[in-house]
Design a protein around this ligand. Sequence first.
Ligand code: NAD
Length: 286
Amino acid sequence: RGKRAFIAGVADDNGYGWAIAKALAAAGAEILVGTWVPALKIFETSLRRGKFDESRLLPDGSLMEITKVYPLDAVYDTPEDVPEDVKTNKRYASSSNWTVKEVAESVKNDFGTIDILVHSLANGPEVTKHLLETSRKGYLAAISASSYSFVSLLQNFLPIMNPGGASISLTYIASERTIPGYGGGMSSAKAALESDTRVLAFEAGRVRKIRVNTISAGPLGSRAAKAIGFIEKMINYSYTNAPLQKELSADEVGNAAAFLVSPLASAVTGSVVYVDNGLNTMGLAC
Ligand code: NAD
């Protein structure tokens, strides 16, 4: 039987989540995605109308099939956590069962089990603010959407993950080196995500033989990254200063993710793996 993957954080064909989905589909996996509720309608419409057909193309000439799209908001674990104004918001009210626990239950009812869990989402409402200017609310929101969301997803999906399965998330070098401009507590959120990767690898490895790794990816002009405002600068910086002076494509991260969740990486867990043209190794801009 082919493997089944649930990929949280796909809402268009530009980001890392989409590229990971493609790499897994090319390797024969069945693809389920979790799409942020406010972005669901446009994503499903675009998918249905063929807007993504060109980017669905796989190396063997076939088109990637997404078996099912689940609405998801990874900052809420159960319906009891959802505040009234969100509950009654038009975009949220027109979907149902989108808290993390409910999505895991729906996947269980629909498919029974999964093998691969991908977390490719982040959000920091104050990302453009310096840390010195970040509010408590903004900081905690960044941690909630970008770090705890992974803990929650793994907590809820672990019981339906087949032993030998694996999970992966996406992190950024701002966790360990100062990247001016990556603010609002997002650098803190990535540091938490990386630390949690180690602890969760231990816990999920012991209870269910599930591996947990994170990819520290280089800069990509995704929708989320454009919202931060300095992504072009980061891409140029990387192009100039990395050991490999080339553009980083989302597919390169997708391929590394496919390796890490495959049996080829059966002894790799708890790791931060850099897929960044080597930029992290440089000590001097050059
Ligand atoms: P992206 O816009 O493709 O993905 C981010 C996704 O998160 C979006 O689909 C968005 O709808 C979703 N999302 C936001 N809040 C959510 C919530 N509460 N519940 C569910 N989904 C939610 O952008 P991307 O840059 O590919 O981001 C994917 C991951 O890669 C993120 O963790 C990001 O931090 C990481 N990353 C990106 C870069 C980069 O330069 N783009 C570099 C390193 C790491």
